[in-house]
Design a protein around this ligand. Structure first.
Ligand code: AHR
Length: 656
């Protein structure tokens, strides 16, 4: 897609500019740091626990998500069958066999397959796979196999749930067998059969249980028959156990990794994924609800097809499972290829779509869209506070956002006056409740800008840092990036009266070749296992160890790459001191705690560190860098502490 390439190269050039700027800045700060490296001076950190400067925003740390890097399909969404409705338009050969599917012709069998238009199980799915079996018998079955998302993971003694839509014109076709087969041995790990297919489209369900097999991702799914005949197949699905056992649910390991981040909110559905390359490819929420067979699926702007198995209700249930509040982004009439809907009557249907969407989320069973949600299986309404209007509308070169925002703002505020509305860029015609700022930068650029929000007007809109990341390391960020992130987070925490929400992006990447569209992503995985990057662990630490107020503090005499933030919880009589040392030298500190009658000697130290900024975690070394907790025994009103080189640390202590 040419426009996508233009956007990518534009972003790349912005990123390289920021790297160059970062390097120049590095040069500027490096000389004193070099001098400092020869004689590290002790710095003095004064903290006054009796002097809160402001409350910490309880919603500060959240998640941002979209379909990118195989985040849902081939990622969080636990479906194991790839291209289950045959709409992935990349073909594997000249015969245009559907991607990720292969014809099976064992022994003497002869068959052919094709994706046929005009025959599908629903109005949404109007094409299906036609399998014509000319010759087959028990010793020579014919069928199709699916390779999954870089393999199909199988574990011992585990139940898998399969389903598919099918029909046949040949009553003599006989049973259809579904098997899970090892790629290397050809051994069948589990299989189930459907006795006969009907002449009309019908859904069939099978359940398998594996035996004592070795855990592996080198497996595939086979659907086969043992008699000649023609059959049509669609929506072929296979699920392993899911988080909270939800049907059509999420991968357990990834949900657990997110749960450990204690996120306060989830911004969804994007990002560029909300906008789409063109208007018809936006996240059209009404096409993502209800039974899977009624979801037409759509091409995502990240160059692959989205199954829409992760639809609006699934996003909301994900929030429910992780106790996060939804931050709903609504399509606002602008798509990436500079397609836009003119403000005024043309935009009205899109505004109505957003109102309907809010009703689907929050409405009772007595409302039209609330009743649809109930029909889809979720009786209770979700609570919603934040709605974002669009995404990155500063890229709309026509400058229409101000007017589009106004139209959405007025309609939403009229019906839902309590909702907090987020603008994606500066607007002047209305005062948004929040503005969403995005930062993709080098570590150096973040080191140099930790005071970014110190002087922001406290009477203006609040700030949502809806996408941010240090982009160093690929596919997942390295420790140097985690240092940039941690430095930046100290600044957000210190300013969390105005920066009320922040979410790192992107969240996920499938690390298989071809899985990544955006380098530097928080959590990496293949189909079997997952790992957190050093940046992930920095997020876990910042979000887990936090008080409810920022206290007055000063740091004097520290090196230029030392950053900190201190928060205090009066209710728990606990302080949390976050320290970041991005230099190659240890930093001695004298820490003076004022305003406490007594400081308990014992405390906790949580430490994330590495030998070099390049050091990182990978799918094969998933926890090379991870937080280590130790007990502290020498805390006092004044204590000495040496902050190691290349480290991110939290000191948790209690006072009376
Ligand atoms: O996070 C990746 C992309 O960066 C998002 O889709 C978009 O909003 C931003 O440009």
């Amino acid at each position: 897609m040419p426009m996508q390439r233009v956007l990518d190269s534009y972003r790349k050039s912005i990123f390289s500019l920021s790297l160059v700027a970062g390097s120049l800045a590095a040069l500027a700060v490096f000389l004193p740091a070099g001098a400092f490296s020869q004689s590290p001076k002790s710095a003095i950190l004064d903290i006054d626990l009796q002097k809160p400067t402001h409350k910490v925003s309880p919603t500060l740390y959240g998640l941002m998500t979209e379909e990118i890097n195989y985040s849902y399909d081939g990622g969080l969404y636990a479906e194991l069958v790839r291209n289950r409705v045959f709409r992935d338009q990349t073909f594997t050969n000249e015969k245009r066999d559907p991607a990720h599917w292969t014809l099976v012709q064992r022994g003497e069998a002869r068959a052919s397959m094709t994706v046929e238009k005009g025959s599908g199980p629903s109005a949404a799915l109007t094409e299906s796979l036609k399998l014509s079996v000319e010759k087959a018998n028990a010793a020579s079955p014919a069928g199709v196999e699916n390779e999954g998302y870089w393999g199909i993971p199988l574990r011992a003694d585990t139940t898998y749930r399969g389903s598919f839509y099918a029909k046949t014109d040949d009553a003599s076709l006989g049973p259809l067998t579904v098997s899970l087969v090892n790629d290397n041995s050809g051994m069948v790990a589990a299989k189930a059969s459907v006795p006969a297919l009907s002449a009309d489209w019908k859904q069939y369900k099978v359940e398998f249980k594996t035996g004592p097999i070795r855990t592996s991702s080198e497996n595939h799914l086979v659907l086969s028959v043992q008699h000649p005949g023609t059959l049509r197949l669609d929506l072929i699905s296979l699920f392993p156990p899911t988080y909270n056992d939800r049907p059509n649910g999420n991968r357990i390991d990834l949900m657990e990794k997110m749960a450990a981040m204690k996120p306060a909110f989830l911004r969804f559905p994007g990002g560029n994924y909300l906008e789409g390359e063109h208007i018809p490819q936006r996240f059209d929420w009404k096409q993502t609800i209800g039974p899977l067979v009624d979801r037409p699926t759509h091409p995502s702007p990240w160059r692959y097809h989205s199954s829409d198995g992760m639809g609006l209700l699934e996003f909301l249930e994900w929030c429910e499972d992780l106790h996060m509040q939804p931050l709903l982004a609504v399509y606002a009439g602008y798509s990436l290829a500079q397609d836009r809907v003119a403000p005024g009557p043309d935009l009205d249907p899109y505004v109505q779509d957003a109102l309907d969407e809010i009703e689907y989320v929050t409405g009772g069973a007595d409302t039209h869209w609330g009743a649809e949600r109930v029909k889809d299986g979720h009786r209770t309404a979700f609570s919603l506070t934040y709605v974002e209007i669009g995404n990155e509308d500063q890229f709309d070169r026509s400058g229409s956002y101000d007017d589009r925002f106004t139209q959405f703002y007025d309609a939403i505020k009229k019906k839902y006056p309590d909702l907090q509305l987020i603008a994606t860029t500066k607007v002047t015609s209305r005062r948004p409740d929040l503005v969403d700022d995005h930062f993709y930068r080098s570590a150096e650029a973040f080191f140099n800008d930790t005071h970014h929000y110190d002087a922001t007007d406290r009477n203006g809109p609040k700030i949502f840092v809806g996408e941010w990341a240090t982009r160093e390391g690929t596919p997942t960020p390295n420790f140097g990036a985690a240092l940039g992130d941690a430095a930046w987070m100290t600044g957000m925490e210190r300013n969390s009266d105005i920066v009320v929400m922040a979410s790192y992006a992107p969240l996920f990447v499938n690390v298989n070749p071809g899985g990544m569209q955006w380098s530097s992503d928080l959590i990496g995985y293949d189909v079997l296992t997952s790992y957190g990057s050093p940046s992930y662990y920095a997020q876990v630490m910042f979000s887990n160890y936090i008080g409810d107020e920022v206290t007055e503090s000063t740091l004097q005499g520290a090196g230029p790459r030392v950053f900190y933030s201190v928060t205090y919880s009066k209710a728990r009589s606990t302080f949390f001191l976050k320290l970041v040392n991005a230099s190659s030298n240890a930093q001695p500190l004298t820490i003076r705690l004022h305003g406490a009658a007594e400081v308990s000697k014992s405390g906790k130290l949580i430490s994330l560190s590495a030998h070099t900024p390049e050091e990182t975690n990978t799918i094969s070394a998933p926890t090379r860098i991870k937080p280590v907790q130790t007990a502290l025994h020498d805390l006092a009103a004044t204590f000495q502490y040496t902050l190691p080189a290349y480290s991110i640390q939290v000191i948790e202590g209690s006072v009376k």
